[in-house]
Design a protein around this ligand. Structure first.
Ligand code: PMP
Length: 316
């Protein structure tokens, strides 16, 4: 099959969770032709269910599919499949305040292909799992270590899309960091080894006075949906937000640093260790700006406050 973003996806079906059958020569198993997405559904006090910005996930999956030569479901197909799956599993959406239903769409080259080429067939599937609140007793800060030896993405590679192979490349640095007592790894750009990129599965922000900066989206950083949302919320709250190059030296001087992603929503960074030197923020506690943005976004996602941004999608 030619590298093409066009392809027909047939109507799917609901199946109980279980193993799937794949040829040993499936494109995804041999050449990593696969993408995933992650989003959440929350239950409101009145029992109804909200999805958070599912269209953004659909669009990101389409961009990723184009990058790795896969056809992808249309935005409408993606949204219909997500809603259908959540509806069928609605009893698993935790009660208000007790977590959310994590939704994992996967797109993969399931057809058999021996020589390196795009697979001749594709499978789109979605599975879900209830997850608790990431922070059980309020926000907690995390400790990052700057990685010098390994990179998660190189210019021209697939770092800008949610390609499964990107996650294999972080496993080694992540285990090294955890073995040394850190929560996660902060990656620098692979050319200058100087500019912040992101954490293994989160974007990063730096706060100084009333300015909030985050690395600009160049091909090596995933355009996070939480990142995009926090940028809009922060601007609405009167902060100046800059998407720019941020050198690792600039973080030493920051008032606060935080990470964003679907799983954590927003996670304050208590310390960053770079070349053996540790810089702490807010005595390893929670900064005022981090707390303010976290509260605003989580209340909106859970339907606790009115969604003035138009981001939540009720499940009908
Ligand atoms: N960067 C990477 C590498 C990620 O895997 C994720 C998680 N999807 C993010 C950033 C945050 O993206 P989002 O806010 O869309 O979850």
């Amino acid at each position: 099959m030619k590298c093409s973003n066009v392809g027909e996806f047939s109507e799917g079906e609901l199946l109980p969770f279980g193993n799937i059958e794949l040829s040993p020569s499936a494109g995804v198993l041999n050449y990593g032709q696969g993408l995933y997405e992650g989003l959440k559904a929350y239950r409101k006090e009145d029992g109804s269910i909200l999805l958070f910005r599912p269209k953004e996930n659909a669009l990101r999956m389409r961009l990723g599919a184009e990058r790795i030569c896969m056809p992808s479901p249309t935005v409408e197909q993606f949204l219909k499949a997500v809603k259908h799956t959540v509806f069928a599993n609605k009893r698993w959406v935790p009660p208000p305040g007790k977590g959310s239903l994590y939704i994992r769409p996967l797109l993969m080259g399931s057809g058999s292909v021996l020589g390196l080429a795009p697979a001749p067939e594709y499978t789109f599937l979605i599975y879900v799992s209830p997850v608790g609140n990431y922070f059980k007793e309020g926000l907690k800060s995390i400790n990052l270590v700057v990685e010098n030896e390994y990179h998660r993405a190189a210019p021209g590679g697939t770092g800008g899309v949610k390609c499964i192979g990107n996650y294999a490349s972080v496993l080694k640095a992540q285990s090294k960091a955890r073995a040394n007592g850190y929560t996660d790894v902060l990656y620098l750009d692979s050319i200058h080894k100087r500019y912040l990129e992101e954490v293994s599965s989160c974007n990063v922000f730096v706060v100084k006075d009333r300015t909030i900066s985050t690395p600009e989206i160049i091909g090596t950083i995933l355009p996070g949906i939480t990142r995009k949302s926090i940028i809009d919320v922060a601007r609405k709250q009167g902060f100046q937000v800059k998407e720019c190059r941020i050198s690792v030296e600039e973080v030493f001087d920051a008032d606060e640093v935080f990470c964003t992603g679907t799983a954590v929503v927003l996670s304050p960074v208590g310390s960053i260790t770079y070349l053996g030197k540790r810089t702490s923020y807010n005595n390893n506690g929670i900064g005022v700006v981090s707390q303010q943005l976290y509260s605003f976004l989580t209340n909106l996602q859970k339907g606790v406050t009115e969604d003035t941004m138009g981001w939540t999608v009720p499940l009908n």
